[in-house]
Design a protein. Structure first.
Length: 340
C-alpha cells in the first residue's frame, strides 16, 4: 500500500501591485551610531529617545507576521545595530522563527570582535561590513574615528571563521576613488564580495553630490583594470556582480542612486521608529508603531501592510517625485534613520 503523505502547504508569497515578490525585510533597529560617516550623518549623533524605537517584542511580532506573509530573509541594520543593548539575544529569537531562512547583519564592525563567536554560532546568512578605504587616516577622516586597524582585523577574523562576508564601500568622488581597485582586490584572495555603492541623498541634509562614479563608470573601471572581468549570474539581486579571473571572491555594484534594480526589488524596510517603507525613496507609508500600540490584531496589521504593497511605487524616481509633490525635501534624512 502506498503511504499517504499530506503535501506540505505551499510557502506563502507576498507580492506588490506590480507582481514583484516581497521576501526581504530590512529592520533598522536603532538610529544611533558610534561613527559619523561623512556621507551618512556627518553632523553627529541623533539621539532619539529610547522609547521612540520599536521594542524587541514589537520587532519580533512584526517579523513573525511578515514571515507568515511570505518574507524569508531579514537583515538587521541601523544606525549601528551592535550599539543597541541585547542585540545578540534578539537575533537569536529571530533565528528561531520558523520559515525565516536567512538572517543577516550590516555593521561597521567596530563592536564586532567580542561578538564574533556568538554571531558565528547564529549561522548568519550574511555579514555586511562597511569599509570605504584601506588607509587608516582616510578611515578616520570619513568616519570620525581612528579605528581602521581594529575594523580590518575583525574583518579578517570574520572571514577566517567562515561567516559569509561582504564589504560595503560607498564610492566618494575625490575621497576614495583612487582606491577602488585596491578595495576590489580584497576579493582576489578572500572568498568575499566587495560591493561598491553609489552615494545616495541620505546624508542628514549635508550637501549631497551624486558625482561621476555611476554604475556604468565603475563597471568600465573594473573591466579595464582587473583580469578578464565577467558578469556573474544573479537571481533577482539588487547588485550587479562581476567576477575577475582568478579571484576567490567577487565585486558587487549597487546602483542605489541610479535606481536600476527597482523592477526586481524584493525588499521593504522598517525604520527604527517603526515606519514601513516600501521604497528607500518614499517617506514612510505606514506608522507600524502606532498600529502596533493601538492594539490591532495580526490580521488587521497584515491587511494594512498588504494595502501598502498594493500601492507601491514603480520605482525610486516615482517615490521621490511623490515626496516632492508633498513639499518634502528630496535629500535630508540620514541613512542611519532609515537603515541602509
Ligand atoms: N552601521 C552599519 C554600517 O555602517 O554598515 C549599518 C547601517 S549603515 C546606514 C548601512 C549602509 O548604508 C552602509 O553600508 C553605509 O555605507 C550605507 N550608507 C549610509 N549612508 C549612505 C549614503 N548616503 N549613500 C549610500 N550608502 C550609504
Amino acid at each position: 500500500m502506498t503511504p499517504h503523505h499530506t503535501p506540505a502547504p505551499p510557502a506563502p508569497t507576498l507580492t506588490d501591485n506590480l507582481g514583484r515578490t516581497i521576501n526581504y525585510v530590512r529592520l533598522a533597529v536603532t538610529d544611533r551610531c558610534n561613527l559619523n560617516c561623512r556621507y551618512c550623518r556627518p553632523k553627529g549623533p541623533c539621539d532619539e529617545p529610547r522609547r521612540e524605537l520599536l521594542s524587541y517584542e514589537e520587532l519580533e511580532r512584526l517579523t513573525r507576521l511578515l514571515v507568515e506573509m511570505g518574507v524569508s530573509k531579514v537583515r538587521i541594520t541601523g544606525g549601528e545595530p551592535l550599539v543597541r543593548h541585547g542585540m545578540l539575544d534578539f537575533m537569536r529569537r529571530l533565528q528561531a522563527i520558523d520559515g525565516l531562512h536567512q538572517l543577516a547583519l550590516t555593521t561597521n564592525a567596530t563592536l564586532l570582535g567580542p561578538r564574533l563567536a556568538d554571531l558565528r554560532a547564529l549561522n548568519l546568512a550574511g555579514l555586511n561590513i562597511s569599509l570605504d578605504t584601506l588607509r587608516p587616516e582616510r578611515f578616520a577622516a570619513i568616519t570620525g574615528q581612528n579605528l581602521f586597524a581594529d575594523v580590518f582585523a575583525v574583518i579578517e577574523e570574520a572571514i577566517f571563521t567562515g561567516i559569509p562576508v561582504k564589504i560595503n564601500a560607498v564610492v566618494q568622488e575625490g575621497i576614495n576613488t583612487d582606491e577602488l581597485l585596491d578595495l576590489a582586490r580584497l576579493a582576489a584572495d578572500r572568498p568575499i564580495q566587495v560591493r561598491f555603492i553609489e552615494p545616495m541623498p541620505f546624508d542628514g541634509g549635508n550637501s549631497f553630490v551624486a558625482g561621476n562614479w555611476n554604475l556604468a563608470r565603475l563597471e568600465q573601471h573594473f573591466r579595464e583594470h582587473l583580469p578578464d572581468v565577467r558578469e556573474a549570474p544573479t537571481a533577482g539581486a539588487t547588485a550587479r556582480v562581476l567576477q575577475a579571473a582568478g579571484f576567490k571572491g567577487s565585486i558587487g555594484l549597487i546602483g542605489g542612486y541610479s535606481r536600476c534594480f527597482c523592477a526586481t526589488c524584493n525588499k521593504i524596510r522598517i525604520t527604527p521608529q517603526g515606519m514601513l517603507k516600501t521604497c528607500l525613496y518614499d517617506d514612510g507609508v505606514l506608522d507600524l508603531k502606532e498600529v502596533l500600540r493601538s492594539g490591532s490584531s495580526d490580521r488587521e496589521l497584515a491587511e494594512m501592510i498588504r494595502a501598502c504593497l498594493g500601492r507601491r511605487h514603480a520605482d525610486g524616481f516615482a517615490a521621490a517625485e511623490q515626496r516632492k509633490k508633498k513639499g518634502l525635501p528630496g535629500s535630508c534624512a540620514s541613512m542611519a534613520t532609515i537603515g541602509g
